[in-house]
Design a protein around this ligand. Structure first.
Ligand code: NAP
Ligand code: COA
Length: 272
């Protein structure tokens, strides 16, 4: 068997793929020959990303959908299937986050994040299943360290992403007989992203987070994309149900005291 990271002729769908890490993942697959579809809520972001993907020489398309809306997700994925046929790779990474204690947020605020991150992932999984018939089909869910490490101000994200990882592990079993592999990638702190801007809102905070990573730097969208490519290539053919941190060792160090930092940030935001 020849091992390859050439995705020529492969169909890759990245839900939530129009900014930050997920857009980086979409662009990396495009740069490696895949035809790539992206989806998110904002039409302008979808259009801009499709143009960028085409700029890499890739065939590209996109659709607008809020992952909380199963009908919209189904319709969008159907349109990709009608254009290109079954999917080789599905990346599901739509998410929302803001720092707030449970007491400092409404029930609807908690529900919003759970509905985007967790229920949205369920919608994407259910709507994609009929199109994951290709040999070697690979699903990668984008998780977060909050899934296994509690941090003040992140109860909504922790609950949602822990659920995402359990979906990954359950579907690895349920879908294994269909030849579908299902894995989670857990990014560490990734520079220049919305997620970082929300949790480390000043240059000083960003610098401290970077210094707290054992490898002494923030990650890049390409770092995460490379992991998605590995998992979705022949090299990952026997990997399923993995929850893979891609974080320069950050999780091993308790995420470098991020919990204590967020505790102070949330207290300040909430005037305590
Ligand atoms: P981002 O740029 O805000 O990316 C989120 C993406 O999801 C965007 O394309 C956004 O586009 C889309 N989206 C948000 N809500 C949606 C909804 N309801 N329906 C459909 N699409 C929706 O954030 P990011 O920081 O790069 O994070 C990307 C992923 O990595 C997330 O899953 C996050 O939890 C994970 N992560 C990030 C970090 C980090 O350091 N940044 C660390 C660990 C894990 P629209 O606004 O157009 O909908
Ligand atoms: N602190 C406390 N509550 C907050 C909040 C904050 N910083 N930001 C939003 N909320 C609450 C809102 O007040 C609302 O609750 P309410 O109806 O009881 O008033 C609830 O959360 C939903 O907010 P809304 O703006 O109506 O939701 P939305 O669906 O338009 O947006 C979010 C979803 C809130 C997650 C928004 O931040 C978002 O779209 N994020 C995507 C980008 C992102 O977070 N990227 C980082 C990914 S890691």
């Amino acid at each position: 068997m020849s091992l390859t990271v050439d995705f020529k002729g492969k169909t890759v769908v990245v839900v939530g793929g129009t900014s930050g890490i997920n857009r980086g993942i979409a662009e990396l697959f495009a740069r490696h020959g895949a035809r790539v579809a992206v989806a998110s809520r904002k039409e302008a972001k979808v259009t801009d990303t499709v143009a960028a993907l085409e700029g890499h020489g890739a065939e590209a398309m996109g659709f607008v959908a809020d992952v909380r809306d199963l009908d919209a997700v189904e319709a969008g994925l159907k349109s990709v299937h009608e254009a290109w046929g079954d999917f080789d790779v599905l990346v599901s990474g739509a998410a929302g986050n803001f720092p707030a204690s449970l007491n400092g947020m409404s029930a609807n605020a908690f529900r919003s994040v759970v509905e985007i991150d967790l229920i949205g992932t369920v919608h994407v999984m259910k709507a994609s299943y009929p199109y994951l018939k290709k040999p070697g089909a690979s699903v990668v869910n984008i998780s977060a360290p909050q899934a296994f490490l509690p941090m003040p101000g992140q109860s909504h994200v922790s609950a949602a992403k822990a659920g995402v990882d359990m979906i990954t592990r359950t579907l690895a079993i349920e879908w294994g007989r269909d030849g579908i592999r299902v894995n989670s990638v857990v990014p560490g702190p990734i520079g220049g992203t919305e997620g970082m801007a929300r949790l480390a809102p000043t240059p000083d905070a960003i610098e401290k987070v970077a210094a707290s990573v054992p490898l002494n730097r923030l990650g890049t969208p390409d770092d995460i994309g490379h992991a998605c490519m590995y998992l979705s290539s022949d090299m990952g053919a026997y990997v399923s149900g993995a929850v893979l941190p891609v974080d320069g060792g950050w999780a091993q160090s308790g995420c470098g005291g991020m919990g204590a930092f967020l505790g102070k940030l949330v207290a300040q935001l909430e005037g305590r």
